[in-house]
Design a protein around this ligand. Sequence first.
Ligand code: NAD
Length: 479
Amino acid sequence: MTITDIGSQVFSATVGGVDFPTASTFDVINPATRQMFAKAPAVRPDQLDAVFAAASVAFETWKRDEATRMAFMLDAAEAIEANAEHLAQVLTAEQGKPLGDARGEIGRSIAWLRYFATLDVPREIIRDDEQAFQEVVRRPMGVVAAITPWNVPITLAMWKIAPALRAGNTMVVKPSPYTPLTTLELARILRGVLPNGVLNVVTGPDPLGAALVSHPVPRKVSFTGSTAVGRKVAVAAAGDLKRVTLELGGNDPAILLHDIDVARVAPMLFWGSFMNNGQVCLAAKRIYVHTDVHDELAEALAEIAKTVRVDDGTVEGVQLGPLNNKPQFDRVKMLVEDAVGQGATALSGGRALDREGYFFAPTILTGVSDGVKVVDEEQFGPVMPLIPFDDEADVIERANRSQYGLTASVWSADVEHAFDLAGRIDSGQVSINVHGGGVLPTLPFGGHKASGVGVENGPWGLHSFTELQVIAGPPRPKA
Ligand code: NAD
C-alpha cells in the first residue's frame, strides 16, 4: 500500500459502532515529506454530548458480564491481528517510524489486549463466618475518556483500552491530532467485533482534548502526554472529582559505572536512547558516565550513530525515520544548537539532514553538564548528552535532581551494587544493565513526581479503572 493509497481512504470517527458525521476535516502530514497526505474528521467539542451518550448506553450492558467481555476482547485481538499490516502501514505514514517498528507496535498492542482480556478482576472475601460476611469488590467506573500522544499512539491507547474495557467500562478515545488515523482505523476494524458504543474514537484539533476532560459524563480521564498538559488535565478533572491517571514526561537518567564492558553496553544503551528517534517517554535522556570509560563509550556510541540508517520509514532496512512533527523538530534543533553554543561537541550528527521531512542526524553530545537545557529538559529526540562523573553518591543526587521521575537505568559488571544504587533512584522503574527493562504488561508503569499520577499495566493498571466497593452484612446462607 502506498502513501497515496492510504491518503485516498476516507477516515471517519466511530461512535456507537458507526460513522460519526463531521462537518469538516483537518490535515494529516507525512513527516518524511512534510506533505499533507490525508484528512481526518474534525469532531467539534459541541458534538461530544452525542459521543458520550453512545458510550453511556453501551455501558449499561457491557458492565454486566465478565465472561462475555473477555470473549469480545479476545475476538477484538484476532480482528486486530488480521488487520495488523494495514494498521502498521497507516502508523508509519502518519507517525514516521520504520515499518518494522510500526509492526512491532501493533504486535505489542495485541499482546496487551490478550493479557488484559484474561486477567482476573478479584473479588476478595475478607470475612465469611457465623457472625458476618464482608466482601471487597471492584466495580467499573462508567465511561472513561482516554487521551493519547503522537509518539506511540496505538500501544499507549491499548494500555488504556484493554484494562478499561476488561474492568467493564466503556470508552471515548482521542488520539493526538498529529497521529489520528491509526486509532480511527483501529475503531473501524472493531466495529461489529465489540458491541456498539463500547469503544468510540473521536479526532479533532485541540481544544477537543480539553472538552473531553471537562465533559460531565466521563468518570475517569486516562491521559498520556506532556507534563504541562497533564497539569491542565488534573486541574480540569478536579472540578467534578473525576479520577485521573496521568502518564507524563520524563528525563530519564542512565548511570554507567566504571566497570562496564563498553563494547557490549554501547549498542544496548544506544537503542535505549534512540528507539523511535528518542521520542519515547522512557528513553535514556541523560547519560551519566564514569570518567574511566567516558571517552571510550562516547566513541563507541558515535560510531553506531554514524552508521544508523535514517530514512523514510517505508524504506527497506531503515532504522530511524523522521521526527514526527515540526514543533518537535524545531525543539531538537534548538536544544542541540544551544548545547553546542555552550561548548558541547557533537561527536556525531548535530544537524538536520539536508532533505525534505523532519530528519535529524542521531547526535552524541560530549562536553555537556547539568545546567544545560539538553540535560535539564526532556529533549524527546535523537540526541544523547553524555555527562561525566566520578563520585557515585553525587551522581545519584544529580539523577534525582529533576522534576521528573519516570524510569532510569544503572549499568555495572557488579550486579548487586547496581541493584543497590537502583533502590536509591526516585523513579517509577529502574532497570539494571538495560534501559526500559520493566515495560511489560505484567509490571506497573508510571512516574514519580512530575512524571505522572497512578500507573498503567498489570493488575495495578486494571484496578485503576475500578472503584472499590465493600459489601458487608450478616452471615450468608451456605449453599
Ligand atoms: P501533549 O501533552 O502535547 O498532547 C497529548 C494529548 O493531549 C494530545 O492528544 C493532545 O491533543 C491532548 N491535549 C492537548 N491539550 C489538552 C488539554 N488542555 N486537555 C486535554 N488534552 C489535551 O503531548 P505530546 O506532544 O502529544 O506527547 C509527547 C509527551 O508525552 C512527552 O512529554 C512524553 O514524555 C509524554 N509521554 C509520556 C508517556 C508516559 O507513559 N509517561 C508516554 C508517551 C509520551
